[in-house]
Design a protein around this ligand. Structure first.
Ligand code: FE2
Ligand code: FE2
Length: 305
């Protein structure tokens, strides 16, 4: 992992500080994060057996456009059955539950991206049913947001440079939290949390790596799509579905995100659910982006460095 100096503390949902702001994330720091976890074994729990999580998840995908994306007949039941096998270790499940009370948007977004990524993976990953541990990675991609103060997470005005730096540390915070709990810095959930704002062409953050892990790439596309069509503090009106699909199409054509995952989403949005391999991406633009959008905008009067 490339060098990085933390801009903000990293702490668990039950307020144990793992690292203080200013810590340099070196190989030695990564070893510490694993050894700091002296609990021998965490019990695993089935995510979908957690009553409120299952109910909330079904609620999230009953809203448009998800209600027609998931109009899949028997395939929908098979998907839920498969998701029913996904297990999370106790502190990770508790962190997902904590998110519900901390920031309801991130919680709903987490469940939606999990469900949508699983569906997209079912079209793109051969024998996806054998990849449960990878599917497990999407309900935790934004887990690092528990380390971002609500004053930043829910701010509607443009952020200061310093606030944006704290917000954009959430992939690293998620990576460190999940490495800590799993006692493994290479586990797929931690890697997906770390890389979910990276791009194929290296224009993402926090490291600007060239993303080429199929599971991370599916989560990236579903993450962007869900964020675009959702109400966000920094953008009072969401993108309509057509415009959101045009935005992700454009990003795929710039090689920022995975084109096949975008094609799967386009196909799922059509009534006849065509095979994504027959879909051709087009530059045609008919949608109108929302007028007000402070996403990643820095406050003009920002005097912080
Ligand atoms: Fe994120
Ligand atoms: Fe996200």
């Amino acid at each position: 992992m490339p060098y990085l100096k933390l801009k903000a503390d990293i702490f668990t949902y039950d307020k144990k500080t793992l690292f203080h702001a200013g810590t340099e994330i070196t190989e030695a720091a990564l070893k510490d994060i694993v050894s700091l976890n002296n609990t021998k074994h965490f019990k695993s729990y089935t995510l979908m057996q957690h009553e409120s999580i299952k109910k909330d998840l079904i609620g999230c995908i009953s809203q448009p456009p998800y209600q027609w994306i998931f109009s899949l007949g028997d395939e929908y039941s098979a998907l839920l059955k498969f998701m029913g096998k996904v297990q999370l270790i106790q502190p990770v499940l508790e962190t997902v539950d904590f998110l519900k009370h901390y920031d309801i948007y991130t919680y709903h977004h987490t469940l939606t991206v999990f469900t949508l990524s699983t569906l997209v993976a079912s079209y793109m990953i051969d024998n996806y049913q054998d990849h449960i541990s990878e599917v497990m990675s999407s309900p935790t991609h934004d887990i690092g947001k528990i380390c971002v103060p609500l004053s930043i997470l829910q701010k509607s005005d443009p952020l200061t440079r310093n606030e944006l730096d704290v917000l954009e540390q959430h992939p690293v915070s998620g990576y460190l939290l999940l490495s800590h709990y799993n006692k493994d810095t290479d586990n797929i959930a931690a890697v997906v949390a770390r890389d979910h704002h990276e791009k194929r062409n290296g224009t993402g953050y926090p490291y600007g790596i060239h993303l080429d892990n199929p599971i991370s790439e599916i989560v990236v596309v579903c993450d962007i799509y869900d964020a675009l069509i959702s109400l966000r503090p920094y953008r009072p009106v969401p993108y309509d579905n057509r415009t959101a699909l045009e935005v992700i199409t454009e990003m795929a054509m710039r090689n920022e995100i995975n084109a096949d995952a975008v094609k799967v989403l386009i196909g799922l949005n059509r009534k006849d659910k065509p095979d994504h391999r027959k879909i051709v991406l087009s530059k045609e633009k008919r949608g109108t982006p929302p007028r007000l959008n402070n996403y990643r905008k820095i406050a003009e009067d920002d005097s912080s460095t």
